[in-house]
Design a protein around this ligand. Structure first.
Ligand code: DGY
Length: 319
Protein backbone atom coordinates (compact mmCIF):
# COMPACT_ATOMS: atom_id res chain seq x y z
CA UNK A 1 0.00 0.00 0.00
CA UNK A 2 1.40 3.42 -0.87
CA UNK A 3 2.26 5.64 2.05
CA UNK A 4 1.40 9.36 2.37
CA UNK A 5 3.93 11.68 0.72
CA UNK A 6 5.47 14.30 2.98
CA UNK A 7 7.59 17.30 2.09
CA UNK A 8 10.01 18.35 4.88
CA UNK A 9 11.54 21.76 4.21
CA UNK A 10 14.60 21.38 6.43
CA UNK A 11 16.24 18.46 8.21
CA UNK A 12 14.84 18.23 11.75
CA UNK A 13 16.61 16.49 14.69
CA UNK A 14 17.41 12.80 14.10
CA UNK A 15 14.64 11.27 16.25
CA UNK A 16 12.08 13.36 14.37
CA UNK A 17 13.49 12.37 10.97
CA UNK A 18 13.43 8.71 12.05
CA UNK A 19 9.76 8.99 12.98
CA UNK A 20 9.01 10.78 9.72
CA UNK A 21 10.72 8.05 7.68
CA UNK A 22 8.81 5.38 9.61
CA UNK A 23 5.46 6.96 8.74
CA UNK A 24 5.78 8.71 5.37
CA UNK A 25 7.50 8.72 1.98
CA UNK A 26 9.49 11.92 1.52
CA UNK A 27 9.13 14.00 -1.64
CA UNK A 28 12.57 15.57 -1.05
CA UNK A 29 15.88 14.99 0.72
CA UNK A 30 15.90 17.71 3.41
CA UNK A 31 19.15 19.24 4.61
CA UNK A 32 19.71 21.81 7.39
CA UNK A 33 19.91 24.57 4.72
CA UNK A 34 16.76 26.30 3.46
CA UNK A 35 15.32 25.02 0.19
CA UNK A 36 15.54 27.23 -2.90
CA UNK A 37 12.17 28.64 -4.07
CA UNK A 38 12.27 26.09 -6.91
CA UNK A 39 12.95 23.17 -4.52
CA UNK A 40 10.09 24.34 -2.29
CA UNK A 41 7.65 24.44 -5.22
CA UNK A 42 8.78 21.07 -6.56
CA UNK A 43 8.70 19.32 -3.19
CA UNK A 44 5.27 20.66 -2.27
CA UNK A 45 3.78 19.95 -5.69
CA UNK A 46 4.20 16.21 -5.05
CA UNK A 47 3.15 16.15 -1.41
CA UNK A 48 0.04 15.27 0.60
CA UNK A 49 1.46 17.09 3.63
CA UNK A 50 4.33 19.40 4.49
CA UNK A 51 6.43 20.22 7.52
CA UNK A 52 7.88 23.72 7.08
CA UNK A 53 9.78 26.13 9.25
CA UNK A 54 9.61 29.87 9.77
CA UNK A 55 12.10 30.50 6.95
CA UNK A 56 9.85 29.17 4.17
CA UNK A 57 7.42 31.68 2.67
CA UNK A 58 4.29 29.63 2.03
CA UNK A 59 2.60 32.08 -0.29
CA UNK A 60 -0.53 31.86 -2.39
CA UNK A 61 1.63 31.10 -5.45
CA UNK A 62 3.30 28.20 -3.64
CA UNK A 63 -0.01 26.81 -2.38
CA UNK A 64 -1.65 27.03 -5.80
CA UNK A 65 0.94 24.60 -7.19
CA UNK A 66 0.48 22.15 -4.33
CA UNK A 67 -2.56 20.39 -5.69
CA UNK A 68 -2.60 17.38 -3.36
CA UNK A 69 -1.50 19.21 -0.20
CA UNK A 70 -3.81 18.80 2.82
CA UNK A 71 -1.77 20.25 5.67
CA UNK A 72 1.17 22.55 6.33
CA UNK A 73 2.58 21.83 9.79
CA UNK A 74 4.74 24.82 10.70
CA UNK A 75 7.58 23.85 13.01
CA UNK A 76 7.29 27.08 15.03
CA UNK A 77 4.75 28.76 17.24
CA UNK A 78 4.69 31.81 14.94
CA UNK A 79 3.13 31.30 11.52
CA UNK A 80 3.58 34.69 9.85
CA UNK A 81 5.43 32.91 7.01
CA UNK A 82 2.19 31.29 5.81
CA UNK A 83 -0.59 32.95 3.83
CA UNK A 84 -3.49 31.71 5.95
CA UNK A 85 -6.18 33.09 3.65
CA UNK A 86 -4.68 31.31 0.67
CA UNK A 87 -4.47 28.07 2.69
CA UNK A 88 -8.08 28.43 3.79
CA UNK A 89 -9.20 29.07 0.23
CA UNK A 90 -7.63 25.74 -0.79
CA UNK A 91 -8.88 23.93 2.37
CA UNK A 92 -5.30 23.31 3.46
CA UNK A 93 -4.99 22.99 7.22
CA UNK A 94 -2.22 24.95 8.97
CA UNK A 95 -0.82 23.95 12.37
CA UNK A 96 1.86 25.33 14.71
CA UNK A 97 3.84 24.16 17.77
CA UNK A 98 2.59 26.05 20.85
CA UNK A 99 3.49 25.33 24.50
CA UNK A 100 6.47 23.02 23.93
CA UNK A 101 8.80 25.96 23.27
CA UNK A 102 7.46 28.39 25.86
CA UNK A 103 9.98 27.75 28.62
CA UNK A 104 13.01 27.44 26.32
CA UNK A 105 12.16 30.75 24.67
CA UNK A 106 11.58 32.43 28.03
CA UNK A 107 14.94 31.08 29.25
CA UNK A 108 16.67 32.56 26.21
CA UNK A 109 14.89 35.88 26.73
CA UNK A 110 16.24 35.91 30.25
CA UNK A 111 19.74 35.01 29.08
CA UNK A 112 19.68 37.95 26.64
CA UNK A 113 18.40 40.34 29.28
CA UNK A 114 21.13 39.34 31.74
CA UNK A 115 23.81 39.29 29.04
CA UNK A 116 22.92 42.79 27.83
CA UNK A 117 22.65 44.24 31.35
CA UNK A 118 25.82 42.64 32.73
CA UNK A 119 27.96 42.87 29.57
CA UNK A 120 28.55 39.12 29.48
CA UNK A 121 29.60 38.98 25.83
CA UNK A 122 31.99 41.93 26.14
CA UNK A 123 33.52 40.28 29.21
CA UNK A 124 33.97 36.98 27.38
CA UNK A 125 35.61 38.76 24.44
CA UNK A 126 37.97 40.63 26.75
CA UNK A 127 39.13 37.44 28.47
CA UNK A 128 39.62 35.62 25.14
CA UNK A 129 41.48 38.56 23.59
CA UNK A 130 44.43 37.94 25.90
CA UNK A 131 44.51 41.66 26.75
CA UNK A 132 42.80 41.41 30.15
CA UNK A 133 45.19 42.70 32.78
CA UNK A 134 43.10 41.80 35.82
CA UNK A 135 40.32 43.16 38.00
CA UNK A 136 39.62 46.88 37.79
CA UNK A 137 37.21 48.92 39.92
CA UNK A 138 35.42 50.41 36.89
CA UNK A 139 35.80 47.65 34.32
CA UNK A 140 32.71 46.76 32.23
CA UNK A 141 30.24 48.21 34.70
CA UNK A 142 26.75 47.05 33.80
CA UNK A 143 23.18 47.63 34.94
CA UNK A 144 21.37 46.08 37.91
CA UNK A 145 18.59 43.64 37.14
CA UNK A 146 17.38 42.64 40.62
CA UNK A 147 14.57 44.88 41.85
CA UNK A 148 14.28 46.82 38.59
CA UNK A 149 11.20 47.39 36.43
CA UNK A 150 10.41 45.06 33.52
CA UNK A 151 7.91 46.08 30.84
CA UNK A 152 6.42 43.10 29.02
CA UNK A 153 4.70 43.78 25.72
CA UNK A 154 2.63 40.73 24.84
CA UNK A 155 1.39 38.61 27.72
CA UNK A 156 0.79 35.38 25.88
CA UNK A 157 2.39 32.09 26.91
CA UNK A 158 6.00 33.22 26.47
CA UNK A 159 5.45 36.68 27.97
CA UNK A 160 3.91 35.07 31.06
CA UNK A 161 6.82 32.61 31.34
CA UNK A 162 9.22 35.59 31.32
CA UNK A 163 7.15 37.20 34.08
CA UNK A 164 7.66 34.07 36.23
CA UNK A 165 11.44 34.43 35.84
CA UNK A 166 11.28 38.16 36.65
CA UNK A 167 9.48 37.39 39.92
CA UNK A 168 12.59 35.55 41.10
CA UNK A 169 14.54 38.74 40.46
CA UNK A 170 12.22 40.83 42.62
CA UNK A 171 11.17 42.94 39.66
CA UNK A 172 8.21 45.26 39.33
CA UNK A 173 6.38 44.10 36.22
CA UNK A 174 4.39 46.33 33.90
CA UNK A 175 2.33 45.29 30.92
CA UNK A 176 -0.05 46.77 28.42
CA UNK A 177 -3.33 45.02 27.61
CA UNK A 178 -3.37 43.49 24.12
CA UNK A 179 -6.30 42.03 22.27
CA UNK A 180 -4.99 38.47 22.03
CA UNK A 181 -3.49 38.09 25.49
CA UNK A 182 -4.69 35.13 27.47
CA UNK A 183 -6.73 36.29 30.48
CA UNK A 184 -4.34 37.07 33.35
CA UNK A 185 -4.65 34.87 36.44
CA UNK A 186 -6.73 36.33 39.26
CA UNK A 187 -3.76 37.28 41.40
CA UNK A 188 -1.88 39.25 38.81
CA UNK A 189 1.74 39.97 39.53
CA UNK A 190 1.97 42.68 36.94
CA UNK A 191 0.44 46.13 36.73
CA UNK A 192 -1.41 47.08 33.60
CA UNK A 193 -0.48 50.46 32.27
CA UNK A 194 -0.41 52.46 29.05
CA UNK A 195 2.29 51.80 26.47
CA UNK A 196 3.66 55.29 27.11
CA UNK A 197 4.04 54.71 30.87
CA UNK A 198 5.55 51.28 30.30
CA UNK A 199 8.17 52.69 27.93
CA UNK A 200 8.89 55.71 30.14
CA UNK A 201 9.35 53.76 33.35
CA UNK A 202 10.76 50.32 32.45
CA UNK A 203 14.43 49.49 32.90
CA UNK A 204 13.96 46.56 30.54
CA UNK A 205 11.34 46.24 27.81
CA UNK A 206 10.78 42.72 26.46
CA UNK A 207 8.76 42.04 23.32
CA UNK A 208 6.51 38.98 22.98
CA UNK A 209 4.17 39.89 20.15
CA UNK A 210 3.24 37.78 17.15
CA UNK A 211 4.07 39.41 13.81
CA UNK A 212 0.88 40.70 12.17
CA UNK A 213 0.04 43.77 10.11
CA UNK A 214 -0.80 45.52 13.42
CA UNK A 215 2.51 44.73 15.12
CA UNK A 216 4.99 45.47 12.28
CA UNK A 217 7.25 48.28 13.58
CA UNK A 218 5.31 48.32 16.85
CA UNK A 219 8.49 49.80 18.31
CA UNK A 220 9.77 52.69 16.19
CA UNK A 221 11.23 56.17 16.57
CA UNK A 222 8.36 57.51 18.70
CA UNK A 223 8.39 54.58 21.13
CA UNK A 224 12.18 54.48 21.42
CA UNK A 225 12.23 58.20 22.30
CA UNK A 226 10.06 57.43 25.32
CA UNK A 227 12.51 54.90 26.76
CA UNK A 228 14.96 55.82 29.51
CA UNK A 229 18.57 56.35 28.41
CA UNK A 230 19.48 53.63 30.94
CA UNK A 231 16.95 51.11 29.57
CA UNK A 232 17.40 47.96 27.47
CA UNK A 233 15.17 46.55 24.71
CA UNK A 234 14.94 42.76 24.40
CA UNK A 235 13.36 41.05 21.39
CA UNK A 236 12.83 37.31 21.05
CA UNK A 237 9.53 37.57 19.13
CA UNK A 238 9.83 38.50 15.45
CA UNK A 239 12.32 40.97 13.96
CA UNK A 240 9.91 43.24 12.05
CA UNK A 241 8.14 44.12 15.32
CA UNK A 242 11.01 46.61 15.77
CA UNK A 243 12.02 49.25 13.23
CA UNK A 244 15.72 48.36 13.18
CA UNK A 245 16.83 51.60 11.52
CA UNK A 246 15.05 53.57 14.24
CA UNK A 247 16.64 51.36 16.88
CA UNK A 248 20.15 51.94 15.54
CA UNK A 249 19.54 55.72 15.49
CA UNK A 250 18.19 55.62 19.05
CA UNK A 251 21.19 53.63 20.28
CA UNK A 252 23.59 55.99 18.54
CA UNK A 253 21.80 59.00 20.08
CA UNK A 254 22.02 57.43 23.56
CA UNK A 255 18.23 57.18 23.86
CA UNK A 256 18.62 53.72 25.38
CA UNK A 257 21.53 51.87 26.95
CA UNK A 258 21.54 48.66 24.98
CA UNK A 259 19.58 45.77 23.56
CA UNK A 260 19.39 42.00 23.37
CA UNK A 261 18.12 40.64 20.07
CA UNK A 262 17.45 37.10 18.84
CA UNK A 263 15.39 38.08 15.78
CA UNK A 264 15.88 40.61 12.97
CA UNK A 265 13.92 42.45 10.34
CA UNK A 266 15.62 40.77 7.38
CA UNK A 267 17.13 37.54 8.73
CA UNK A 268 19.85 36.50 8.25
CA UNK A 269 20.93 40.06 7.34
CA UNK A 270 21.73 42.20 10.36
CA UNK A 271 21.76 45.99 10.35
CA UNK A 272 25.46 47.05 10.44
CA UNK A 273 24.63 49.57 13.16
CA UNK A 274 23.71 46.67 15.45
CA UNK A 275 26.87 44.73 14.63
CA UNK A 276 29.01 47.78 15.44
CA UNK A 277 27.42 48.41 18.84
CA UNK A 278 29.08 46.55 21.71
CA UNK A 279 26.11 47.22 24.04
CA UNK A 280 23.87 45.09 21.85
CA UNK A 281 23.88 41.32 22.32
CA UNK A 282 22.98 39.49 19.12
CA UNK A 283 21.91 35.85 18.83
CA UNK A 284 21.08 33.87 15.67
CA UNK A 285 17.35 33.18 16.34
CA UNK A 286 17.94 30.59 19.06
CA UNK A 287 14.71 31.07 21.06
CA UNK A 288 13.53 27.45 20.92
CA UNK A 289 16.95 25.94 20.19
CA UNK A 290 17.32 23.24 22.82
CA UNK A 291 17.55 19.60 21.79
CA UNK A 292 14.47 18.58 23.77
CA UNK A 293 12.38 21.48 22.56
CA UNK A 294 13.24 21.05 18.89
CA UNK A 295 12.46 17.32 19.11
CA UNK A 296 9.12 18.10 20.76
CA UNK A 297 8.32 20.68 18.08
CA UNK A 298 9.16 18.23 15.30
CA UNK A 299 7.13 15.42 16.89
CA UNK A 300 4.19 17.78 17.26
CA UNK A 301 4.35 18.45 13.52
CA UNK A 302 4.45 14.69 12.84
CA UNK A 303 1.34 14.16 15.00
CA UNK A 304 -0.54 16.99 13.30
CA UNK A 305 0.27 15.62 9.85
CA UNK A 306 -0.67 12.08 10.89
CA UNK A 307 -4.01 13.21 12.31
CA UNK A 308 -4.99 15.20 9.24
CA UNK A 309 -4.01 12.46 6.81
CA UNK A 310 -6.15 10.02 8.83
CA UNK A 311 -9.08 12.43 8.58
CA UNK A 312 -8.89 13.36 12.27
CA UNK A 313 -8.84 16.91 13.75
CA UNK A 314 -5.37 18.49 13.88
CA UNK A 315 -4.38 18.98 17.54
CA UNK A 316 -2.70 22.34 16.88
CA UNK A 317 -4.73 23.85 14.08
CA UNK A 318 -4.42 27.61 13.54
CA UNK A 319 -6.33 27.77 10.23
C1 DGY B 1 8.89 30.10 16.79
O1 DGY B 1 8.45 29.01 17.14
O2 DGY B 1 8.13 30.96 16.32
C2 DGY B 1 10.34 30.31 16.96
O3 DGY B 1 10.74 31.55 16.51
C3 DGY B 1 11.08 29.18 16.28
O4 DGY B 1 12.25 28.91 16.92
Amino acid sequence: MSRPRLYVARALPDPVMAEIRARFDLTNAPTPAPPSPHQLLEGLAEADAAICTLTEAITQAVLLKARTLRIVANCAVGYNNIDLDAAKARSIIVTNTPDVLTEATADLTWALLLAAARRIVEGDRLVRSGTWTGWEPTQLLGADVYGKTLGIIGLGRIGQAVVRRAQGFGMRILSVPRRNDQPPPLESVWQQTSLQTLLETSDFVSLHLPLTTDTRHFIGTKELRLMKPSAFLINTSRGPVVDETALVSALQAGQLAGAGFDVYEREPAIHPGLIDNSRVVLLPHLGSATTTTRIRMGMMCVENVTAVLKGQPAPNRVA
